[in-house]
Design a protein around this ligand. Structure first.
Ligand code: DCP
Ligand code: MG
Length: 403
């Protein structure tokens, strides 16, 4: 009977956007290894190799059960020689020797720590590594010039490298919604990114903001940011303005994958409430705060918590707040479906959608629009379902975009 199971041959379509990939991954032992090797490639500027490993991992994520025999991989797409060697190594030895070597590699370890700082990319991390910097202590002591983002990133390093929970994402969602409705009552806020795909944790929280009336979203971001800033919710923010209309490459043909929406990269200061920090109910009691259903998101809650600022100075060692990375994006309603699809991810799912559009349909997909290069027209869409239909793809629910 076990023999029977081992003979199971899988069939998988070649583009990740044709597959339903839930969070229920039966092959983490392989996909963790392949993802780590993708990361190693990306840290070495070998992007092509990185994508190859990510595509291989996405094939294994889509399988209905654990791979137990190399025979089962016959006919599967995206599994190159290198990925197959890694899988074989794990099947035979329980671990991949290449992964083991990588995790012990000085450069890999250092670049992981350094690129873990918000605002630090591979190029900067690599320069620091070549200057002999291997960790945060050495970085702090060598005092290279840091930009404002990197300073904030270094200051909040531990918080920002601690996973954000869904509860924390929801608490921030309520604050963002309050801010948006305060400055523009009919505007709408949507949680995107990994949390929209059903993930229970993430490295940040992503929101898309729009207004039901075209044009009314203009000027929204600075007002939202001011509202948040004046109430002490932002530890850092940098807003980049919308450059879509002035871009020369045209909406259907963006020069890069980077979209041109007005975007705010921020670091939120999130108060730890009873709800978010059930382990320390005494912390609130000590500060004289009344336990409340939803302290974080009420104005009164914020006032109480401001009182606590003085308490932060006390040598309790327990911070009463944490830093969380939050991305805000504003889209006009006419582009909302494209922005939602583009900001829900996963990154590989997005890349595969664009590859499918270009190679299979002669269309150009971005987070702003879909252009048909045969008919030379833009294809409108008011929902994600319509975009999948234009692309000739079966609709894939966000929960199944975890490629
Ligand atoms: N995205 C994009 N182009 C960018 C930035 C992001 O297309 N320049 C998309 C792809 C991502 C999504 O937006 O899936 C959100 O970006 P994140 O980096 O936050 O990725 P996730 O939310 O998927 O992961 P995590 O849970 O780690 O935050
Ligand atoms: Mg995210």
């Amino acid at each position: 009977e076990t023999n029977e199971a081992e003979k199971v041959v899988f069939s998988v379509p070649s583009y990740a956007c044709q597959r339903r990939i839930s969070l229920d991954n039966h092959n983490t032992i392989f996909t963790d290894a392949l993802s780590l090797l993708a990361e190693k490639a990306e840290l070495s500027n070998e992007d092509g190799r990185g994508v190859a490993f990510r595509r291989a991992a996405a094939v294994l994520k889509s399988l209905p059960r654990t791979v137990t025999d190399m025979e089962q991989l016959k006919g599967l797409p995206c599994l190159g020689d290198h990925s197959q060697r890694v899988i074989k190594d794990i099947l035979e030895n329980g671990v991949s020797s290449e992964v083991k070597l990588t995790t012990q590699n000085e450069r890999f370890k250092a670049l992981k720590v350094l690129t873990g700082i918000f605002g630090v990319g591979t190029k900067t991390a690599d320069r620091w590594f070549r200057e002999g910097i291997r960790n945060l202590t050495q970085l702090r002591n060598s005092a290279p010039s840091l930009n404002r983002a990197q300073q904030a990133g270094l200051e909040h390093y531990d918080d920002l490298n601690q996973a954000v929970t869904k509860d924390e994402a929801d608490a921030i969602g309520e604050i963002v919604e309050k801010a948006v409705l305060a400055v523009s009552p009919r505007s709408e806020v949507t949680l995107t990114g990994g949390f929209r795909r059903g993930k229970l944790t993430g490295h940040d929280v992503d929101f898309l903001i729009t207004h039901p009336e075209e044009g009314k979203e203009v000027g929204l971001m600075p007002k939202v940011v001011s509202w948040l800033e004046s109430r002490g919710y932002l530890l850092y923010q940098k807003t980049t303005r919308n450059s879509y209309l002035e871009s020369e490459d045209g909406p259907g043909r963006p020069s890069s994958n980077m979209d041109r929406f007005e975007r705010c990269f921020s670091i939120f200061r999130l108060e730890k409430t009873e709800r978010l920090n059930a382990k320390k109910p005494e912390a609130l009691a000590e500060n004289g705060a009344q336990p409340q259903e939803d302290v974080t998101c009420s104005i009164s809650g914020h006032m109480q918590l401001q009182d606590k600022d003085s308490q932060d100075e006390q040598p309790t060692g327990d911070k009463l707040w944490r830093a969380v990375r939050v991305d805000l994006v504003v889209s006009p309603i006419s582009q909302f479906a494209f922005a939602l699809l583009g900001w829900t991810g996963s990154k590989l799912f997005e890349r595969e959608l664009r590859r499918w559009a270009g190679h299979e349909k002669a269309m150009s997909l971005s987070s702003h629009a879909l252009y048909d290069n045969n008919q030379n027209i833009y294809l409108r869409a008011a929902s994600e379902e319509e975009i999948f239909a234009h692309l000739g793809l079966e609709y894939i629910h966000p929960f199944e975009r975890n490629a």
